[in-house]
Design a protein around this ligand. Structure first.
Ligand code: PLP
Length: 411
């Protein structure tokens, strides 16, 4: 069996089938910056960036160097001594976080970060209920899945957490109406990623903040995908100068080299640690290797003003995409996004899938939203340059022409 067949047999046959359909039944070999190569030597422009993880591109030299140095010294913490990189990272995050988010819990993935946020909200309020938004995506462990209202993922896993109310995204009044005596927290993404790059109306986050503060409900901002510059500000909540009670960061935090999540909390939310220090813990969370990567990633993000670069590149990309939309109005229904979190909504999920496959054939990697397959998202590394954006746009034009030929007479 070749490597792809081994994956198909032993890891995920359904996903292997999907990859085959999009022409991506290939084995990755190595990566650098915005490019990835497969074992046959084909080069791909990475415009998916591991769903927003590779903000600094693949193998950013300063992150790699920091990880190598830590690897030579001490990759894992013994836990009964304090890890320097972990403590320093927590302090650095507290400095750059919005408002008073000065306590940090470290995990290894976005869903773990969300899981912690949900539990901390319960510890603090002593209430069980959560409010989440339609189209929201917060992960797939049981707690996070309970606030990820997608029937296809939830149904086979039931029973999930009780007491979850789902409200339309972008509707602050609906949040207010849904708050009851048992509500612990509201969880939302400042911009929905997997839900199809959906931006709420201006003022939504501020309104939710006002309501949750007045009603004594914890506001959890899930910035797993939007955080660390993706939308053109360091945090997407900064667009409305909102200070949530809990902010979850992951993906880009590890600099594209290590997995790590951070659940940043107002200090009173984590006051339980004073009396119950082991109430929530994990062996690997914030390990020295991941913490070293995150410290380097934060420094590069700030030193190179990565959020400003994302904003500028995003403006160019979105303008050019709107031009393409005019050329292919039968396919592209809407172009939307902020910074380099960009979505193309197609008239039909099948058309989006063909475009993804045609882009892959032209050496550009993209994907559709997990909660909205009509939307193809473009989430390149934030270090992309104009020539990479143009390379993607040219491939997209070719992919759309090929899609036109494929659907000739059908539409
Ligand atoms: C907003 C958001 N929250 C949580 C998650 C879950 O993160 P992970 O896949 O690392 O568990 C994701 C993943 O895409 C996400 O986009």
């Amino acid at each position: 069996m070749n490597t792809f067949e081994l994956y198909e047999k032993h890891v995920n046959p359904g996903l292997a089938g999907l990859l085959r359909f999009t022409g991506l039944d290939k084995i990755e070999s190595h990566a650098e910056g915005v490019y990835v190569w497969d074992t046959e030597g084909k080069r791909y422009l990475d415009f998916l960036g591991l769903y927003g993880t590779l903000s600094l591109g693949h193998r950013h030299p300063r992150v790699v160097e920091a990880v190598k140095t830590q690897l030579e010294r001490m990759p894992m913490s013994v836990r009964v001594l304090v890890s320097g990189p972990t403590a320093r990272l927590a302090a650095r995050l507290a400095e750059i976080a919005p408002g008073e988010l000065s306590m940090v819990y470290f995990g290894n993935s976005g869903t773990e970060g969300v899981e912690a946020a949900l539990k901390f909200a319960r510890f603090y309020t002593r209430k069980p209920g959560f409010i989440t938004t339609q189209g929201g995506y917060h992960g797939k462990t049981l707690g996070a899945l309970s606030v990820t209202p997608k029937e296809q993922y939830q149904q086979p896993a039931r029973p999930l957490l009780p007491g979850v109310t789902v409200v339309p995204f972008g509707d602050a009044q609906a949040v207010e109406d849904a708050i009851g005596p048992d509500t612990a927290a509201v969880i939302l993404e400042p911009i929905q990623g997997e839900g199809g790059i959906r931006l709420p109306p201006e003022g939504y986050l501020r309104e939710v903040r006002r309501i949750t503060r007045e009603r004594g409900v914890v506001m959890i901002a899930d910035e797993v995908q939007t955080g660390l510059g993706r939308t053109g500000k360091l945090w997407a909540v900064n667009w409305e100068e909102v200070e949530p009670d809990i902010l979850v960061s992951a993906k880009a935090l590890g600099g594209g080299v290590m997995p790590i999540s951070a659940t940043l909390c107002r200090p009173e939310i984590l006051s339980i640690y004073k009396t119950e220090p082991l109430i929530h813990s994990t062996t690997f969370g914030g390990n020295p290797l991941a913490a070293a990567a995150a410290l380097a990633a934060i420094e590069v993000t700030l030193a190179e003003d990565i959020p400003a670069r994302a904003l500028q590149s995003g403006q160019y990309l979105i303008t050019q995409l709107i031009g393409l939309q005019k050329a292919y109005p039968e396919f592209i229904q809407e172009v939307r996004g902020r910074g380099l979190l960009v979505g193309l909504e197609f008239s039909d999920a099948d058309i989006g899938a063909v475009v993804v496959a045609e882009l892959a054939a032209r050496g550009v990697l993209t994907a559709f939203g997990l909660n909205n397959p009509k939307v193809v998202r473009l989430e390149p590394p934030l270090i992309v340059e104009k020539l990479h954006l143009d390379e993607c746009l040219e491939a997209l034009d070719g992919a759309l022409k090929a899609t036109q030929r494929a659907f000739e007479g059908v539409l």
